[in-house]
Design a protein around this ligand. Structure first.
Ligand code: TA6
Length: 309
């Protein structure tokens, strides 16, 4: 079974506008309230691929109810700890006609120790040996920067395949717990290795520097330029096709969902990368921050270039 965890989910308030300029009044043409949060997006995208998942996390207030409702509608099974004492955060997505998009995210509520303990026990109860666990998104609203580490400690003995998409201190700490996959972007990887990475050569060197951690898959996303991915002892440069970009927010979440799906289906390495890149490119053509057209993704599959480095 696949499980996702979103500690700080959101309502994505998508503000569509012609163009966005600083120091001026930007007029919105349309607003859509949608599901936000990286793990919840992975679950929704997996669901579109025909794969069931449980979504764990914390949800609060009206926003929290909205998040849970959208997950259920998307055929995801929510296993959130819910309380109406606070409000789950709102993330503001500014999407311009050109396809440029900007994300402004709130910090999110401060989860209590008692709620964290409830999450631990729910996860221990529902997650079985050998399952997949995807830890995705921000945790900076938690007093403990090592919250993801603590969660992994609760799961000890279950031999989980852990997929990690986070940044900063949380990423630094969790790579010591031998996740199966990490998916940093270039900025996150730069922070991890302690130097600004500018070239593809610097990125591959940085991936090699992580060898002592024995992480089987390291997927570095480079936005519209594609990705550099280490899979077991091979390294690939993956170039996506040109698409009509509507909005790139959430492409990384769909890329991760595609990797999880491909790995679960036992695709070969190139098939996994091709599939994940195709679904992610298809997400860029969609107006929301999750979801894609499977038919379109299938058309894009042969247009993806993969080179072994
Ligand atoms: O990747 C896109 C997205 O899931 C947005 O929908 C938004 O809610 C945001 O990420 C949250 O990211 P964060 O890193 O703050 O958890």
């Amino acid at each position: 079974m696949i499980h996702t965890l979103t500690l700080n989910p959101a309502v994505d308030k998508i503000l569509y506008m012609k163009s966005y300029k600083k120091n001026t009044n930007n007029r919105v043409t349309r607003i859509v309230n949608s599901l936000g949060g990286k793990g919840t997006h992975v679950s929704m995208n997996l669901s579109q691929m025909g794969t069931e998942s449980n979504a764990f996390g914390f949800a609060y207030g009206k926003n929290g109810k909205f998040i849970l409702e959208l997950l259920r509608k998307g055929n995801v099974n929510p296993e959130f700890i819910y309380a109406d004492s606070m409000e789950s955060r709102t993330c503001y997505l500014v999407v311009e006609d050109s396809g440029d998009s900007t994300l402004i995210s709130e910090k999110g509520p401060m989860t209590t120790e008692e709620e964290i303990l409830r999450l631990y026990s729910r996860m221990r109860e529902k997650i079985q040996e050998g399952d997949y666990l995807i830890l995705s998104g921000d945790s900076s609203n938690f007093a403990d920067p090592l919250i993801y580490n603590k969660i992994l400690e609760q799961m000890l003995g279950k031999k989980l395949k852990v997929f990690l998409d986070t940044s900063g201190e949380a990423l630094k700490a969790c790579i010591r717990k031998t996740p199966y996959l990490v998916k940093p972007n270039v900025e996150e990887l730069s922070e991890l290795v302690g130097m600004q990475l500018n070239t593809e050569e610097e990125i591959t060197d940085a991936i090699r520097e992580l060898e002592p951690y024995k992480i089987p898959v390291i997927a570095v996303s480079m936005g519209e330029k594609g990705s550099i991915v280490k899979m077991q002892d091979r390294m690939y440069r993956v170039s996506p096709p040109k698409v009509n970009v509507f909005n790139t927010i959430g492409c990384g979440d769909c890329f991760l969902a595609g990797l999880v799906y491909g790995i679960e289906m036992n695709f070969d390495q190139e098939q996994i990368l091709r599939f994940a890149t195709a679904v992610s490119a298809s997400t860029a053509e969609s107006p929301l921050s999750f979801g894609f057209e499977m038919e379109r993704a299938m058309q894009l599959l042969p247009l993806i270039r993969i080179k072994e480095l």
